[in-house]
Design a binder for this molecule. Structure first.
Ligand code: SF4
Length: 400
């Protein structure tokens, strides 16, 4: 008997227990597929498994109305227990993390999103573009600290020549054995305009230069009502989808993110998750879903999310994405390690990166200190869970 079985007997919310019961029962039909994905934990196998298992993934999933009811439900224990049951079944008990560094090559950006405290005008005193030499220096430092992943993102800077991106990737890959998790969809679209090429061709060229995978940034909320208000100059949600599906069709994995707690409604949050789920049905190219709360300091918006809202969102993400995306990441950067640890009991199975460097969330007023491996190991062990270092594609590197 699972915790969910026990807690649902104590609940008098029959509508919510019925929805959660459906999620848990549907998920059990996917179990063989998920076990195979766990064993063959790399993107190509995931893509193949998905292609071979479209039948299991076609099971009628929870819909928008179900998701809204779950997010509106105040029984955190019930939601958490269902999400934890699904997490245990699809991802197992293992808590994973990656050693990584975020390098932001420029903070000059024409998009000027309302929620962003990171971007600068070209003539600002602290505007910058990192030289390739500086980027190599940062990668070198990270590799010496054990990093296997370098996350590269920056502003939409119209004055960076196209050769810069290719040279950056080529030089890093020539000198270091690291995975280049680089350029979110708005940057890919921006670069494609600089290339004067289509999105698929642009991704292919960057891939040839050394791009391994694409981070899911720039998703915020995948709904154009919200995007037109908070980031009107940024790509719409369909363009985000186009980039991700183009990458997946080329066998290039990506992550999917969600930034919530600003101007969106609960319905728009659920729409976001369902859109990600629909995209995933095509190529199974998302390796992880990463929800995190909007951080408002130094921005033009007000942040509305609490820790409880965050835990609820993690749980609902796991429940709606069950059988589609195996890894749900806890965001210690925005929540702190204690709430991230709690998220591991609310559907998350991964602690993300140690982040030797992070600049974007820090610019929005969040005190930032990168995490040591020991802190992650401690957080997992306190829950009685095994813990391991992974690479970008969730292959296990070392167990602790
Ligand atoms: S979020 Fe990204 S695209 Fe928007 S202003 Fe900031 S750096 Fe530019």
């Amino acid at each position: 008997m699972t915790n969910f079985d026990i807690i649902k007997q104590l609940s008098d919310n029959t509508e919510i227990t019925e929805i959660l019961g459906r999620a848990v029962n549907n998920g059990s039909l996917d179990i063989n597929n998920n076990i195979n994905n766990n064993i063959n934990n790399n993107i190509n196998n995931n893509i193949n498994n998905n292609i071979n298992n479209n039948i299991t993934n076609s099971i009628d999933p929870l819909d928008l109305g179900d998701g809204k009811k779950l997010l509106g439900c105040n029984d955190l224990n019930l939601l958490g227990a269902a999400a934890d049951t699904l997490r245990k079944r699809s991802a197992g008990d293992l808590v994973t993390f990656v050693i990584d560094r975020n390098i932001n090559y420029t903070n000059i950006c024409t998009s000027k999103c309302k929620f962003c405290a990171f971007y600068r005008e070209p003539d600002a005193k602290d505007a910058y573009v990192l030289s390739i030499e500086k980027i190599l220096e940062k990668v070198d430092e990270a590799v010496r600290l054990g990093a296997t992943q370098i996350l590269i993102q920056g502003g939409l800077n119209p004055d960076i020549p196209i050769e810069y991106y290719e040279k950056m990737l080529k030089e890093v890959k020539k000198k270091f054995n690291v995975q280049m998790h680089a350029f979110s969809p708005p940057e890919i679209v921006h670069i494609s305009k600089l290339y004067g090429a289509g999105i698929k061709e642009t991704i292919s060229r960057l891939h040839e230069a050394g791009l391994d995978s694409i981070p899911g940034g720039g998703a915020e909320i995948l709904d154009d009502r919200v995007r037109d208000s908070v980031s009107p100059k940024k790509i719409g949600w369909k363009k985000w989808q186009e980039v991700m599906l183009a990458a997946h069709s080329l066998g290039i994995p990506t992550t999917a993110t969600m930034v919530f707690g600003h101007e969106e409604t609960l319905e728009e949050r659920i729409k976001h998750i369902i859109r990600v789920r629909d995209m995933q049905k095509k190529y199974h190219g998302f390796t992880a879903f990463i929800p995190w709360t909007f951080q408002s300091e130094n921005t033009g918006l007000i942040g509305t999310s609490t820790g409880i809202d965050y835990l609820k969102m993690v749980a609902v993400s796991r429940i709606l994405l069950d059988g589609h995306i195996q890894n749900i990441q806890a965001s210690w950067v925005t929540q702190g390690i204690d709430v991230a640890q709690m998220a591991l009991d609310f559907g998350a199975n991964d602690l993300g990166g140690t982040m030797i460097e992070e600049n974007v969330v820090r610019a929005a007023g969040v005190p930032f200190h990168s995490k040591s491996i020991d802190e992650f190991i401690h957080a997992a062990r306190k829950l009685g869970r095994p813990v391991a270092k992974r690479d970008t594609l969730y292959n296990i590197i070392e167990r602790y």
